[in-house]
Write a protein that binds this ligand. Structure first.
Ligand code: ADP
Ligand code: MG
Length: 617
């Protein structure tokens, strides 16, 4: 029965006497050592020991015989055994000594652990070759395994870490939360990959910390026990790189707006002077045309006037870019503007372009000059059209700025207008210069290079922002962000009154002689009674003399001795409610202006309409 039992044992069993001779082997021993029983029994046990250990083995054996204690398997010793053919295998061996009538014997149970040891070696190789630090933690949070990268990354040795709570790797401020997080993870372990958006920190032995990305997975290696594996990656370098890249982008942006700023100053100065000249040309042309009956001469005058008007529209765009144009900001709904312009666009875009509107359902109120907002939509739509000579889709979209797009986090609701086309797109080099005045890639005579420059000026004036996203052959998205109004209640469109003349008395103040004369003649020609002055101080003298009879003051702003805006202020002190119309080609941006504002050059029609409107109001 005993022999039967022994042959059923899964381990090889070998009994050895005091002399080191094998006295018994079971069937499993024959199998794993590949010896026949007859060739083992009576032979020295060293026959089963690899030759490199065989020399020392008799001493170890004698030592054990002298003090035989039971030694179980898996005592952590890496042992090797030898087969009949001399090959070796890793073995776990348990020993126990006992005495029989035949004397003292030692029984050894030997187990071939080739399989499990291979698995373990592979597992260790995987751990060692992983680029990340890997830490295995049991259900109580104790570190059970780690790789070399962990030692290197955290500055601890493996023996220092094993058995410690994983919290030694967690920075002070996160400690309390970490214990809770660990508990809830253990309760419901789900794999969480790296880059899941979690930005965590880890702590080295010296107390210093570093930003880390951590992935988690859990292995239930036995029922009721859990091993949580954490792979930890130091991402300081990546974060620094990202910060550096962001810094460079900001720097480039600052450089660009600086360049545009100086261009704006230059353009604004030139345009200001040109404006006055064009004003004179336009006014005198109008005066001449009125008395000209000879048809050829009248036609020629028409040409002069048309050219001057084209010039005026160029200088106006330059001034817009320079944010020096005259604007009448009011509360305007951006979607309204888009809706209004789209009607006209339908007709101008042509059949090959599919115009789509994607407008916000809620009001998008900003404070800006309505005409200028229309100008933005128009300029961008025309650029889109030019970019789609073979047709395509043009989308005008408005929306409330998402929190990430907001111009001033936390402030009023900012508006976003997107003009999206499916056209030829732009290279990076073109994007970089697109906002510069006179930058165009279009053939001479087709592009002025002022479209995006004016958009830029209008948007910046509102405190907003404009951005181009585009790639060659992939279309273009121009994103305009505008500051939302603080008190959003859109005003109705200004009504357009008639431009008939009248009999009222007007004080005209203008330092430029030619312009003053021309303007005065236009007003007198339409029935008005006109007094003139060449600057604010002189105007005050006239006003003090004639105050009760003056119905309206029309004044330039930039003048020597006393400016028009200062004059307007003093007039209100002398006689509150005195109507004032100011004309300027250039908004210096210093003082909030009172009264009605007209942009120079002011055409005859504009002037007469404004004057009439003031009186009729
Ligand atoms: P212009 O249209 O007179 O050339 P802009 O200031 O409007 O001047 O535009 C400057 C340049 O930017 C254009 O010449 C063109 O190269 C490029 N551009 C602007 N908008 C677009 C667009 N939607 N698609 C492709 N290129 C564009
Ligand atoms: Mg254009």
């Amino acid at each position: 029965m005993l022999r039967g039992l022994l042959s059923a044992a899964p381990d090889a069993l070998v009994a050895v006497n005091a002399e080191g001779e094998i006295v018994y082997v079971n069937a499993q021993a024959e199998r794993i050592f590949r010896w026949a029983r007859a060739d083992l029994v009576g032979r020295p046990v060293e026959q089963l020991v690899p030759e490199r250990f065989a020399g020392r083995h008799p001493f170890l054996r004698a030592g054990y015989m002298a003090h035989p204690t039971t030694r179980p398997m898996g005592a952590g010793l890496e042992l090797w055994a030898r087969r009949q053919d001399g090959s070796e295998f890793p073995a776990e061996i348990s020993l126990s000594g006992f005495t029989t009538r035949a004397g003292s014997l030692v029984a050894a149970a030997i187990r071939d652990v080739t399989e499990s040891r291979r698995t373990e070696y592979r597992f260790r190789a995987v751990l060692a070759s992983a680029p990340d630090a890997i830490v295995g933690v049991d259900g109580e949070g104790r570190i059970e395994l780690l790789n070399e990268q962990t030692e290197r990354l955290f500055g601890w040795t493996a023996s220092e870490l094993l058995g410690q709570k994983v919290e030694v790797l967690v920075p002070e401020p996160a400690l309390g939360r970490h214990v809770e997080h660990r508990a809830s993870y253990v309760a419901d372990p789900q794999s969480r990959p790296m880059g899941a958006g979690l930005q965590l920190a880890a702590r080295r032995k010296d107390g210093s910390t570093f930003p880390a990305e951590i992935s988690l997975s859990a292995v239930a290696d036995e029922p009721g026990s859990l091993l949580v594996l954490a792979a930890i990656r130091d991402v300081s370098e990546r974060i620094e790189l990202a910060a550096e890249r962001q810094r460079q982008a900001l720097e480039a942006q600052r450089e660009q707006s600086h360049r545009l700023e100086s261009l704006g100053q230059l353009a604004g100065g030139v345009a200001h002077d040109f404006n006055n000249l064009l004003g004179v040309i336009l006014n005198y042309t109008a005066l001449l045309a009125r008395n000209e009956t000879e048809p050829r001469a009248a036609a020629d005058l028409g040409e002069i006037r048309a050219a001057a008007e084209r010039g005026a529209s160029l200088t106006r765009q330059l001034l817009t870019f320079a944010r020096r144009d005259v604007a009448n900001p009011e509360a305007v709904d951006v979607s309204d503007v888009v809706r209004g312009v789209s009607g006209m666009l339908e007709r101008t875009l042509g059949e090959d372009i599919d115009l789509r509107l994607d407008l916000a359902s809620e009001p998008l109120v900003v404070v800006a000059d309505r005409q200028q907002l229309e100008q933005i939509v128009l300029n961008l739509a025309i650029n889109a059209r030019d970019a789609m000579p073979g047709g395509g889709t043009l989308t005008l979209a408005t929306s409330v700025a998402a929190p990430s797009e907001a111009l001033r986090p936390g402030a009023g609701r900012d508006a976003v207008l997107r003009v999206i086309d499916t056209g030829v797109g732009m290279t990076d080099a073109v994007i970089e210069r697109a906002f510069e005045p006179f930058f165009t890639t279009k053939p001479r005579g087709q592009g002025t290079g002022l479209g995006l420059a004016s958009v830029y000026g209008i948007v910046r004036r509102n405190g907003g922002d404009v951005r181009i996203d585009s790639a060659v052959d992939e279309g273009t998205i121009v994103t305009v962000s505008l500051r939302g109004a603080e008190h959003p209640s859109p005003a109705g469109q200004a009504h357009q009154g008639a431009s008939a003349g009248g009999r009222e008395r007007i004080l005209l103040v203008e330092d430029e002689v030619a312009l003053r004369d021309a303007t005065a003649r236009i007003l007198t020609g339409n029935g008005y009674d006109v007094l003139v002055a060449s600057n604010g101080a002189e105007a005050l003298e006239v006003f003090d003399r004639e105050a009760t009879t003056i119905d309206l003051v029309v004044t330039d702003i930039a003048m020597p001795r006393m400016r028009g805006d200062e004059l307007a202020r003093l007039l209100q002190v002398r006689r509150a409610g005195t109507p004032v119309i100011m004309m300027t080609g250039y908004d210096s941006g210093d003082a909030p202006l009172t009264g009605r504002l007209l942009a120079k050059p002011v055409s005859e029609e504009e002037l007469l309409r404004a004057v009439r409107e003031v009186f009729d109001a």
